[in-house]
Design a binder for this molecule. Structure first.
Ligand code: T3D
Length: 262
């Protein structure tokens, strides 16, 4: 049986490819666990300095595999709170807590939890033909996988509500115009551009980039005073890093820095 997530490391980039293309990479339990294992590897291995997440085939991810939720099969009504707690939430928390950049290349439709998985990543590129669909309303569910948190923060309440209540598809280009994602790129340029970005980030000052991610994420719940204090503390940490020293020396010597991620 094919692996449900393809894992490949090139240099400092760990590439995770959701790989259930005949189901548009919808999540089953195996894919959940494989994705989580990949993210834990990214967290635990110093040699991994950036993650690139994408999907195999024509879709990025169609959210939950609804074949696994077929009420006609009988049995107890599944407790979706339990499945969120056991499967989706740990993955979302891993991505947000990972102090390394996560680039997402949305190669095709991203629906339901698949859309919100993409939005949890740090820099999202999407193929021009890709669409984002908050599909939950179509089946009587509420946005999950962090979507109800990310959407209003990224695009404001009015657009967040309209997307979630109508489940209308949002084109990649509009998603970029609205600030939901970083940018839309031509379909045949997506992977090369995402790879180049991930490689550039992996060659960067990983510790400083990780602290930057932590700072920006904290801003959502901080007032200015708390954020200024946090900047002071994390700058102290970044300023003591070998990569900061290398960055300054390289600047003064008019050469490219060689960051080691420490
Ligand atoms: O349950 C819990 O644990 C709670 C958590 C929930 C999280 C969620 O994500 S809920 C939302 C679940 N997702 C959806 O509701 C999206 C369902 N899919 C669609 O609406 C459409 O497939 C798309 C808009 C994503 C794409 O449409 P289109 O026309 O490009 O493709 P298609 O023909 O609909 O799909 C292609 C195949 O993938 C098709 O199979 P077939 O006919 O070729 O054998 C289709 O059934 C399958 N597929 C697509 N999405 C899913 C799926 N199979 C299972 N589950 C899916 N989510």
């Amino acid at each position: 049986m094919a692996e449900s997530v393809l894992v490949a490391q090139e240099g400092g980039v760990l590439r995770l490819t959701l790989n259930r293309p005949d189901r548009l990479n919808a999540f089953n339990e195996e894919m959940h666990l494989a994705l989580r294992a990949g993210l834990e590897r990214a967290r635990d291995e110093a040699g991994v300095r950036a993650v690139l997440l994408t999907g195999a085939g024509r879709g990025f991810c169609a959210g939950q595999d609804l074949g696994d939720r077929d009420p006609r099969k009988g049995g107890d009504i599944p407790d979706l709170g339990v499945t969120l707690e056991r499967f989706y939430n740990p993955t979302l928390r891993l991505i947000r807590a990972l102090e390394k950049p996560v680039v997402c290349a949305v190669n095709g439709v991203a629906a339901g939890a698949g859309a919100n998985l993409a939005l949890a990543c740090d820099i999202v590129l999407a193929a021009r033909s890709a669409r984002f669909i908050e599909a939950f309303a179509k089946i009587g569910l509420v946005p999950d996988a962090g979507g109800s948190w990310a959407l209003p923060r990224l695009i404001g309440e009015a657009r967040a509500k309209a997307l979630a209540l109508t489940a209308e598809p949002l084109a990649a280009e509009t998603a970029a115009d609205w600030g939901l994602i970083w940018k839309a790129v031509e379909d045949d340029a997506l992977i090369a551009e995402a790879e180049a970005l991930a490689a550039r980030l992996a060659a960067g000052p990983t510790l400083g980039l990780g602290l930057t991610k932590r700072l920006i994420q904290a801003a959502a719940t901080h007032d200015l005073d708390a954020q200024l204090d946090m900047e002071r503390d994390l700058q102290r940490q970044a300023g003591a890093s070998a990569d900061y020293r290398e960055g300054v020396v390289a600047f003064l010597e008019k050469r490219a820095p060689e960051f080691r991620g420490q």
